[in-house]
Design a protein around this ligand. Structure first.
Ligand SMILES: [Zn+2]
Length: 417
């Protein structure tokens, strides 16, 4: 009954085109994590696809071993509007102010952001008189960006679009690509696009959760079908070099998305790399991020975590406790579906994003309701699926806690607070 195409198995590395990535963790067959279910579609079965990760023994890139076409994943209903995270908005504004100062940006500069979403970052440049161009393939966020004064092209970025922009007379002083590189089907075209569009003295700033933090904190729930790749600095270094770019700095943001790295690159030879590049590469090699064994060990840790969490929730339920969850994010869907947690254990999920309320988590089929419902129904326990925002959530839910509510944080190992 489903019109979904089948997943295709990866036969060679997405970055270096070398041998098939070697699998180290299977999370079973799960629904697409961001595809929330509408109330009128509850009778249909959510299609499921294999979710397995492998490691390239040639260039060290961690990647899914099965993939779906991009247009299956980013449909018009894609529910993520980034401005809803206060922390992310503050981080982005700081980033913009830093770039304007360090790159001497002015009214003759151009800042291009790939996957600019609802314009939350570029808006900070616009407000300071710096010309910008957003590139955002999803119509909802693109329209929201234009509404706040951020010119936005509704397209996917790659070498072709970069050539077209250059033909229109555009070259970028700064290209920003935050939390997008993991979603890109053709990684080499994407980075080649940077190289084409960048001015000779320009910089590319890429942010993405690092695979080192994913391993160190057992953040297996950040693995989902939309994330084709999981980057180490070692893998990014190889990718950039292939396209005439080179890393010039690496900065770590431990609090962002569970551990984000910002990699800045310039044309090879155009700038002297900061010591942070060599330091980071050495640290990652010391952590084992260039060898298969470290990843196989991570696979074992994930299976243990899942077992502990399932046991904890099943025991609480058996004692007659009520349990709800916080955060209808993709990572929540991965955690619930790969661990076998559904509506028989949890009653509902709260989320402050109005675009998600009224829908259901895929697979687990939990209704998504506004945060106010927490105080109305006062469940005994709240499983914090968006553990990266746990401090913010616990602070916001002081009243829930004051009435006896307890928080369960599942990652890096299940704890009750
Ligand atoms: Zn490779």
């Amino acid at each position: 009954m489903s019109s979904e195409p089948a997943a295709t198995e990866v036969t060679s590395c997405r970055s270096c085109a070398g041998a098939r990535p070697r699998p180290f963790l299977s999370l079973g067959a799960t629904p697409i994590a961001n595809r929330l279910v509408r109330a009128d579609a509850l009778d249909a079965v959510d299609p499921v696809f294999p979710l397995e990760v492998g490691f390239c023994e040639t260039c060290a890139l961690v990647q899914l071993t099965h993939v779906l076409p991009a247009d299956e994943i980013f449909d018009d209903d894609y529910p993520y509007f980034s401005s809803f995270s206060d922390f992310l908005v503050r981080h982005s504004e700081k980033h913009a102010i830093d770039l304007i100062a360090s790159r001497n940006l002015g009214p003759d500069s151009l800042v291009v952001e790939v996957a600019s979403n609802d314009g939350y970052l570029l808006k900070a440049f616009v407000e300071r008189g710096i010309p910008v161009l957003g590139i955002e393939p999803t119509p909802g966020p693109a329209a929201a960006a234009r509404k706040v004064g951020v010119p936005t092209r509704e397209e996917f970025f790659g070498a072709d679009l970069a050539r077209q922009l250059v033909a229109e007379g555009l070259r970028a002083d700064v290209i920003i690509a935050n939390n997008v590189m993991a979603h890109v089907p053709d990684l080499n075209s994407f980075v080649e696009g940077f190289s084409i569009l960048l001015k000779d003295d320009g910089i590319v700033s890429v942010e993405n959760p690092g695979v080192g933090a994913l391993l160190a904190h057992t953040e297996f729930d950040t693995i989902y079908h939309e994330h084709f790749c999981y980057f180490s600095t070692i893998a990014v270094d190889a990718l950039m070099r292939r396209h005439g770019l080179e890393l010039v700095s690496v900065t770590e943001f431990p609090e962002l998305h569970g551990g984000t790295l910002r990699w800045r690159s310039a044309r090879a030879g155009a700038a002297t790399p900061e010591p942070s590049v060599a330091e980071r590469l050495a640290a990652e090699r010391a952590e084992g991020l260039a060898t298969f064994d470290r990843y196989a060990n991570f696979g074992e840790q994930v299976r243990e975590l899942q077992e502990q969490l399932r046991t904890l929730l099943t025991d609480l339920k058996a004692q007659g406790r009520t349990i709800a969850a916080y955060g209808a994010a993709a990572k929540g869907a991965t955690l619930l579906n790969s661990t076998g947690i559904d509506h028989t254990l949890l009653d509902f999920v709260v989320d402050k994003n109005v675009h998600k309320q009224g829908r259901y988590m895929p697979g687990a089929r939990l209704p998504i309701v506004p945060p106010e419902v927490l105080l109305e129904r006062q469940p005994d326990y709240l499983l914090v699926l968006v553990w990266n925002l746990k401090d913010e959530i616990i602070a916001q839910q002081a009243e829930y806690a004051a009435r006896g509510g307890r928080f369960i944080v599942p990652v890096p190992r299940p704890v009750v607070l």
